[in-house]
Design a protein around this ligand. Structure first.
Ligand SMILES: NC(=O)C1=CN([C@@H]2O[C@H](COP(=O)(O)OP(=O)(O)OC[C@H]3O[C@@H](n4cnc5c(N)ncnc54)[C@H](O)[C@@H]3O)[C@@H](O)[C@H]2O)C=CC1
Ligand SMILES: O=C(CO)COP(=O)(O)O
Length: 329
């Protein structure tokens, strides 16, 4: 199987950065964007003025507003917000090209991981997941980055890796598709919690404690859903958790900073153009954890803050008054 022409669905920051990677070496890459202003600014100025304004794009990235234009792509990177993925996949032209899911989240209405959504909507297409510690602006600027590419078929994985990898964008293969997805979805919720710690001035010890105990929650949830431990300790799990929990470059962390400063979630979410996936993942993750009997107190605290059902001081008090337990229980 030869993969030459890549399509990208989603003209936000991450779709644009990935289009830039796919266009390395001057290979034409077709980026579908929902906003006509994004299509126009990319084609006319080589810039995505709405979502990634600081990075000049390769002339090999071409934008379109028509999903039908992706019909002859050999592989399609899917980079919409998680809650819109089902609708966009359903609107894709009839193609059996491999779909590489690059979004991070869980579908709220169904509780399904995104690769399950993709299998359901596009049963003929092979599905891969690309995830890891990857701020879009750094990838687009060509800074060194490493990711996990998870796909059941190792031959397809190697073909996709050979087409997409460049020296500064290292791709590590895995066949643990669910594990790669779970890390990326859960870390967004934990990043909100770490932002709250900063916003409320709780200190760096508290942030490190949240990363450690948050990782314990990610591990319990991941193992219960069939993820492998080495995936959770790898790039798409612990690697991305560390990145997102320690930088205001993260939209999720920044949302948490606002919550920690006492601003209401509704105000922080209103008029957002960019997506903070953890706000949509938290309620469904809490629901899934309860359904599976998995203890996830940090996730529950973030959900309560976002829902406005508890204040920062109340969730802090609840977390600090939990009965002592073994670190490994
Ligand atoms: N920005 C980053 O550094 C990274 C983002 N991701 C993931 O990539 C996914 C996309 O995020 P970004 O590219 O950052 O988005 P963004 O926050 O830069 O832009 C928002 C995106 O949402 C799209 N959108 C809004 N309403 C929509 C609708 N009804 N249907 C379809 N699309 C709609 C917009 O067209 C735009 O592409 C998310 O799941 C995110 O977690 C993953 C790794 C890195
Ligand atoms: O997923 C990301 C980095 O790996 C981007 O994080 P944010 O969505 O929080 O900005």
């Amino acid at each position: 199987m030869s993969i030459e022409r890549i399509g990208v669905v989603g003209g936000g920051a991450w779709g644009t950065a990935l289009a830039q990677v796919a266009a390395a070496g001057g290979r034409e890459t077709l980026l579908w964007a929902r906003e006509p202003a994004v299509v126009e600014s990319i084609n006319a100025e080589r810039l995505n003025r709405l979502f990634l304004p600081a990075v000049p794009l390769s002339s090999a990235v071409r934008a379109t507003g028509e999903l039908a234009a992706l019909a002859d792509c050999d592989a399609v990177l899917v980079v919409t917000p998680a809650q819109h993925m089902r609708a966009v996949l359903a609107a894709l032209p009839d193609t059996t090209a491999p779909l590489i899911l690059c979004s991070k989240g869980i579908e709220e209405a169904s509780g399904r991981l995104l690769h399950d959504v993709a299998h359901e909507v596009r049963p003929q297409a092979p599905v891969a997941v690309l995830s890891g510690p990857t701020f879009a602006h750094e990838v687009a600027a060509g800074l060194p980055t490493a990711v996990t590419l998870a796909v059941a078929d190792p031959a397809l994985g190697a073909t996709l890796r050979d087409r997409l990898a460049v020296p500064a964008f290292r791709i590590y293969l895995s066949d643990d598709v669910a594990g790669a997805e779970i890390g990326g979805a859960v870390k967004n919720v934990l990043a909100i919690a770490c932002g709250v710690v900063e916003g409320r001035g709780l200190g760096q010890n508290a942030r490190a404690a949240l990363i450690g105990r948050g990782f314990a929650e990610m591990t319990r949830f991941g193992l219960a859903l069939g993820a492998r431990p080495e995936t959770l300790t790898g790039l798409s799990g612990l690697g991305d958790l560390v990145l997102t929990c320690s930088s205001t470059s993260s939209r999720n962390y920044s949302l948490g900073v606002g919550l920690g400063q006492g601003r209401p979630a509704a105000e922080l979410m209103a008029d957002r153009r960019t997506v903070a996936e953890g706000a949509f993942t938290a309620p469904v993750l809490k629901r899934l954890a309860e359904a599976h009997g998995i203890d996830m107190p940090i996730v529950a605290a973030v959900e309560a803050l976002l829902a406005g059902s508890a204040s920062v001081d109340q969730v802090l008090e609840a977390l600090l008054s939990r009965p002592p337990r073994s670190e490994h229980a």
